[in-house]
Design a protein around this ligand. Structure first.
Ligand SMILES: NC(=O)c1ccc[n+]([C@@H]2O[C@H](COP(=O)([O-])OP(=O)(O)OC[C@H]3O[C@@H](n4cnc5c(N)ncnc54)[C@H](O)[C@@H]3O)[C@@H](O)[C@H]2O)c1
Length: 401
């Protein structure tokens, strides 16, 4: 444990629990009388949306709705929303939906506050100041975007998805109501939950940096630290205890609740510690295969863990304990952690290899080269990662070795 550094980046308030969605009107009213809701067609047409609009109206908040958010967030939809609502004078922006809708709300709040093009803000610490307060209401248990300082966009002028990372992008409030996830189909529950587990494991095993007083001003993601470890281990505990049950029996509200809590903890963990190799390699894989972010990171995770085993034995042993192991040597427990993650992902039908995910054999070298361009993630990996190391992970994950 790195007791010398602790950083948590989090919203001003997090409301968690069954029924908390009904607090939306009151939370929005704290910021003023006008709000913009960013969601997608599915949610816009739901009973829960009608409840949300009623809650806002009852609180005296006037609402505009943008309901054309698309999965994986193409840039055109962000610009369309920002342009349509440029003069809305919204006092808050509410994102309701999966990670795509939450990231949409973050980007739109940014563009309504600071103007300019989105690419002006790509990278770290480029957002010049606070943005219109964002209220994030997740309907999947996965991305953790409701609490993180990052949003991710698919910009067609670039080969890979790209992120804006800034503490100013952290939502002002997160409202996490597990009942909103009851409608998630089996595959979405599995992919989003696996995404959350990879967030927690990569945060827990990330590089630990020199704990200087300036570090949280120099890096948005400061690496493994005592506070992110706390959230990561609890995320691993909650997700591993609930994910298979939530996938098997979607109406199991206890499993849904624990899974949502796990995804929230995982967001709080990686929101300061950052993620690493599995995320770096997923970006080019997502671009080639058009598969969801969570599916790619989950497919890669056991291979990345195997690659990192030597430098993170103690941490992996703790992961195994958090997943239910109770005895064994550190080495045996560390191996057990990889087996447990592999078995859990197999149970919820995550593809076992990159070949199964649809990556063509002749693109592996391109994937390796592109992965290396995600320097922030590559450098956050515990085992030193160069081109040869990335290629080794990709080759193993392609062949299932
Ligand atoms: N900002 C962050 O910290 C962060 C972290 C990880 C991933 N992401 C981003 O999040 C996005 C992925 O988010 P996601 O996995 O939540 O999926 P998503 O938001 O892309 O949604 C996928 C599909 O699930 C549907 N859906 C959402 N909630 C549902 C529900 N309750 N019932 C039925 N269908 C539902 C949506 O309508 C959509 O069709 C990607 O763009 C990824 O890059 C962001």
């Amino acid at each position: 444990m790195n007791y010398h550094l602790g950083v948590t980046r989090a919203p001003s308030s997090i409301l968690f629990g069954v029924g908390q969605r009904h607090a939306l009107g009151r939370v929005a009213r704290q910021h003023g009388t006008k709000t913009l809701v960013c969601t997608d067609e599915r949610f816009a047409d739901s009973e829960e949306m009608r409840d949300a609009l009623a809650s806002l109206k009852d609180a005296g908040v006037e609402v505009k709705v943008f309901s054309s958010t698309l999965p994986e967030l193409p840039i055109e939809s962000i610009m369309a929303c920002a342009q349509t609502h440029a003069n809305s004078k919204a006092d808050s922006v509410i994102g309701v939906g999966g990670g795509s809708c939450l990231d949409m709300a973050k980007f739109v709040a940014l563009l309504l506050t600071h103007k300019g093009g989105l690419s002006d803000y790509y990278g770290e610490f480029k957002v010049p100041g606070p943005v219109i307060p964002v209220i994030a209401v997740p309907t999947t248990s996965g991305t953790g975007s409701e609490v993180t300082p990052v949003a991710v966009v698919a910009d067609n002028s670039r080969d890979l998805k790209v992120g804006v990372s800034s503490p100013f992008l952290i939502p002002h409030s997160a409202i996490c109501d597990p009942e909103l996830t009851l409608s998630c189909p089996t595959s979405l529950t599995a992919v989003a939950g696996a995404d959350a587990l990879t967030h927690a494991i990569e945060a827990f095993t990330a590089v630990a940096h020199e704990p200087t007083p300036s570090i949280s001003g120099e890096r948005v993601f400061v690496g493994k630290n005592i506070l992110s470890d706390y959230y990561a281990l609890n995320a691993i505990r909650e997700i591993s205890a609930s994910l298979a049950n939530a996938v098997r029996e979607g109406s199991d509200l206890e499993a849904r609740t624990r899974l949502m809590l796990g995804a929230l903890f995982a967001g709080l963990a990686f929101g300061s510690a950052g993620t690493a190799a599995a995320h770096a390699i997923q970006y080019p894989i997502g671009a080639i295969t058009n598969t969801p972010h969570g599916l790619g990171v989950a497919t890669l995770m056991p291979y990345v863990m195997r690659f990192n085993l030597a430098s993170r034995q103690n941490a992996f042993a703790e992961v195994a304990r958090a997943m239910g192991a109770d005895s064994g040597s550190t080495q045996a427990l560390a191996n057990d952690a990889i087996d447990r993650v592999t078995m859990l992902f197999s149970e919820i039908k995550i593809p076992v290899t990159l070949a199964e995910l649809g990556v063509p054999a002749d693109r592996l070298e391109w994937v390796a080269t592109q992965s290396m361009s995600a320097a922030r993630l590559i450098n956050n990996n515990p085992e030193l990662l160069d081109h040869a190391g990335v290629s080794k992970i990709i080759a193993a994950a392609f062949a299932g070795a």
